[in-house]
Design a protein around this ligand. Structure first.
Ligand code: MYA
Length: 204
């Protein structure tokens, strides 16, 4: 249905503008479903409308699925993947801001859908966010240096409150294809989780 390698930046931007609001609406739907306290009639009505929307979307299937796509200009598009896919409502709305060639940050709000311990972010989601930012920094924005997680170690210092979070990552050193990188998550009271990762640049 779509071939990113053949698309101009404008075409990619237009696809993004089509699907990103849908993803955001589904995230808001999940949040609403987690906060609702209504009678049978309201819940049944909402379910019927959601089922109808799913049926409408299913009637127009894509011929391919892509976790990550590349444009001819080498721009990477996180499309369906769980880390930061534009089309994946299960992906936290992560926007990675590269602060230099070896570092990046994310500011993100994680609400009820990401809860583990009451009022706090699920530890697995903390791991996902850190794996994502470490992987993006280790990959250094280039197809030649895409790196996979070899080993990642997390230290949960204290529970991470749901709400605004700040995440950072920075390469400490490289040895051939091995990239040693650290990161952390902070909530409003400071650092909650630290990470140390060894990422391996994939053989081409
Ligand atoms: C423009 C494009 C931008 C794209 C942006 C993308 C962003 C993406 C963001 C994604 C974020 C999400 C990210 C994800 O979720 S990635 C998904 C989770 N990770 C994986 O699935 C990886 C699975 N494993 C593999 O594919 C291979 O085992 C890898 C590629 C890791 C190594 O297999 P390879 O055959 O290549 O390696 P080698 O045998 O030549 O060894 C080389 C050296 O490395 C050392 N070693 C090996 N393995 C490990 C290990 N596990 N820990 C520590 N060290 C290890 C080894 O001892 C040796 O060292 P030395 O003897 O030389 O000293």
């Amino acid at each position: 249905m779509w071939d990113f390698a053949e698309m101009s930046s404008d075409e990619v931007a237009s696809l993004r503008a089509r699907y990103e609001p849908l993803t955001q609406s589904i995230r808001e739907l999940i949040d609403a479903a987690l906060h609702v306290d209504a009678d049978n009639q309201v819940v049944d009505q909402a379910k019927a409308q959601i089922d109808a929307a799913a049926e409408l979307l299913r009637a127009h299937p894509a011929s391919t699925r892509q976790g990550m796509a590349l444009t001819p200009e080498g721009e990477s598009i996180p499309w369906d993947n769980l880390g930061n896919g534009i089309r994946n409502p299960l992906a936290p709305p992560l926007v990675v801001e590269h602060t230099g060639p070896t570092s990046a940050r994310i500011d993100v709000e994680l609400g009820a859908a990401y809860e583990g311990p009451p009022g706090h972010v699920h530890g697995g989601y903390c791991a996902l966010v850190l794996d994502q930012i470490l992987g993006e920094v280790a990959s250094r924005g280039s197809i030649e240096t895409v790196a996979a997680t070899g080993t990642i170690s997390l230290r949960y210092l204290r529970p991470t409150k749901l709400g605004r979070l700040h995440v950072e990552a920075e390469i400490q050193r490289t040895e051939g294809r091995k990239i040693f990188i650290t990161g952390h998550i902070a909530d409003e009271d400071g650092t909650t989780v630290t990470a140390e990762g060894l990422f391996i640049v994939l053989r081409q």
